[in-house]
Design a protein around this ligand. Sequence first.
Ligand SMILES: [Zn+2]
Length: 431
Amino acid sequence: MRKLEKKLKEYSVFIWLIILVLIILLSHDYYNKNRQNQVSTFKKSLSNIYLHKTLKKISSNLKSRYKSIEYIVKSGDTYESIIKNMEIENNEQKIFLDNIKKNKSLKILKTGQKIFFKIDRLQGSILIEFKIETNKKNEMLFSRIENTNTFKSKLIEKNFSKKVVYKETIITSSLYNSAEKLGIKPNIILEFARLYGFQVDFQRDVWKNDSFQIIYEEFIDSSGKIIDTGDIIFANLKLQNNNLQLYRYEYKKHKVDYFDENGKSVRKTLMKTPINGARLSSSFGKRKHPILGYNKMHLGTDFAAPKGTPIMASGDGIITRAQWCGGGGNCVKIKHNSMYQTVYAHLSKFGNGIKKGVRVKQGQIIGYVGSTGLSTGPHLHYEVIRNGKKINSQKLKLPSGIILKGQDRKNFEVSKIKIDVLKSEIISKLN
Ligand SMILES: [Zn+2]
């Protein structure tokens, strides 16, 4: 017995080895068979439509923990109705609405306005970010402070780029038409006219073959579309070989104005023409009154313009009258300083918030052209009163506004040179 035991012990290693080899061979065979089975079941399962859908759902869930939604506001929408349709938890809707309420700038929803939502679907559906357009260039971004119900908000600039545009042309018909032909946006043309309105009477001072140059900013979105215009940086109106240049300059703290090449503000105390795009129809002086029929001094200047054309305050001042005044119809009177007052008559209606005692800024809309009172058609009757006496506004020689001095003047010179360099760079690229 002992001998056999001894022998077995000697061979045990071999026996174990043989068993092991057998196991490996058998299991490999089994594994192969099984694998074939598995593949065929898997193939069968894949052709099962229901599973197909489930897989799709699972994989899509895996792909996006975050869901982004861009919502475009439709008419009749409210923040409440919009958030109700988002698949988020009820408590989240309340958090959203509370944050909106805190921001006064978001009070009004406009049709076409965009709202972006980013939802985290990992633990329920919670908002982690939302953005609301506030205007063409900005949006308010709300981001959740992690693991809290608090959002911090900030105003950010949208994805756009600023482009500097240069245009020049000879004025053939009118300034407006010539500018429009060049593709200059209307608000830039109006701003151009307003800036020169202090020194130029567009009806009489601009002759055929006069010319202008202008540099201004445009805001372009990612698709290359112009979303807005920015500031006029430089302009030159060449009238009968006289160059009237103006440079945009930012001085002191965010004060922006336009100055000529000598650092004199182009802004005057009063405007010659407090209306854009009007035709001077009757000047100051003796004339036969169109309604009364007899000769009478015309103590103002008439500008014919379509009903509803905005009328601007020709200078800073206080409204001393905004009411019906007989032959003048609806009229506005402004006291600018101890010396000057201006009157605007025949208005169809008053500007927003224009009433006695209100302070107005130069260029602010105080009313709209009409034909109220003794009037034969829509026009503005404009009077300038100096020391209580009505004078001819078109012959008015007014002192300019500020003149840059000292350090402001030095800084202006640097800024002016930069603009001149920019201008010559753009022009050299054109040729
Ligand atoms: Zn008149």
